[in-house]
Write a protein that binds this ligand. Structure first.
Ligand code: MF3
Ligand code: CO
Length: 248
């Protein structure tokens, strides 16, 4: 069962998403050469707590931090550590907020200083893939329309979509039904309805789609060591179409 949110639920999810949007924009501006992943984590955590909210990832299945900071070939779930961002890196920052028992989840990939044209294209295509997927989040469409649109767009541009990690419903839990793969077929899967809230999150690789897990048991990296990017929004489906909640 995909939960349909009531007006009062949506108010809280919106508040959670607003906090998250502010935090992500501050962290984005701090993400420059010389800053450590732990410093970014600490900035995010302090901001979230100041807003009377909680970091949604910390403690989730034992995850040890507030943000996921995934550098270069890391796809998702990079655990913040002493590593420092350096010129030419790409950094995916994924943050979840729990406000009053309601969750929001969003991610961006940013360039540190001057990056290669290929890295720039990867970031642009992943961001656009998310936008195209979001456009399909309308009542009457199928879930597979989102998945197909993302995969088709990414592959048209010569990149690949990660298969092992997927988007998800969100609301009173960080992860709810349905799973939202970034690959699939149009016209398949559940029919979308107003009141659903979806975390849509394409993860896109320059090379092959396969990933492997680092020794820390969390961090996924590309199997071929090539770059990966990640964008995510929390999106409410309304009668009029998609409304991105993590846009401010
Ligand atoms: N956006 C990611 C997801 O939905 C981040 C989760 S991090 C975790 O899976 F620590 F909470 F797992
Ligand atoms: Co997510």
């Amino acid at each position: 069962m995909i939960p349909l949110k009531l007006e009062e639920d949506i108010k809280f999810i919106e508040k959670s998403a607003l906090i998250l949007t502010r935090v992500l924009s501050v962290v984005r501006n701090k993400a420059v050469a010389g800053i450590s992943m732990l410093e970014l984590d600490s900035i995010a955590e302090q901001m979230i707590i100041k807003e009377a909210a909680l970091p949604a990832f910390k403690g989730y299945r034992g995850y040890p931090a507030t943000i996921c900071a995934s550098l270069n070939e890391e796809i998702v779930h990079g655990i913040p550590d002493e590593r420092v961002a350096k010129d030419g890196d790409i950094l995916s920052i994924d943050i979840g907020v729990n406000y009053s028992g309601y969750f929001a989840d969003a991610a961006i990939t940013v360039a540190i200083g001057k990056i290669t044209p290929k890295a720039k294209k990867l970031i642009d295509i992943t961001k656009q893939a998310l936008a195209k997927g979001v456009q399909k989040a309308s009542p009457g469409n199928h879930l597979g329309d989102i998945s197909y649109t993302i995969q088709n767009f990414v592959e048209q541009h010569g990149f690949s979509v990660v298969r092992e990690f997927v988007g998800h419903g969100i609301g009173k839990n960080l992860h709810e039904e349905p799973e939202i793969p970034n690959f699939g077929r149009s016209g398949t899967g559940p029919v979308l309805k107003a009141g659903m809230v979806l975390a849509i999150e394409p993860m896109v690789n320059v090379g092959i789609w396969q990933s492997k897990l680092k020794a820390n048991g969390w961090t996924a990296v590309t199997a071929d060591g090539e770059l990966s990017a990640h964008f995510e929004h929390t999106v409410l489906i309304t009668e009029k179409g998609p409304r991105i909640l993590t846009n401010g």
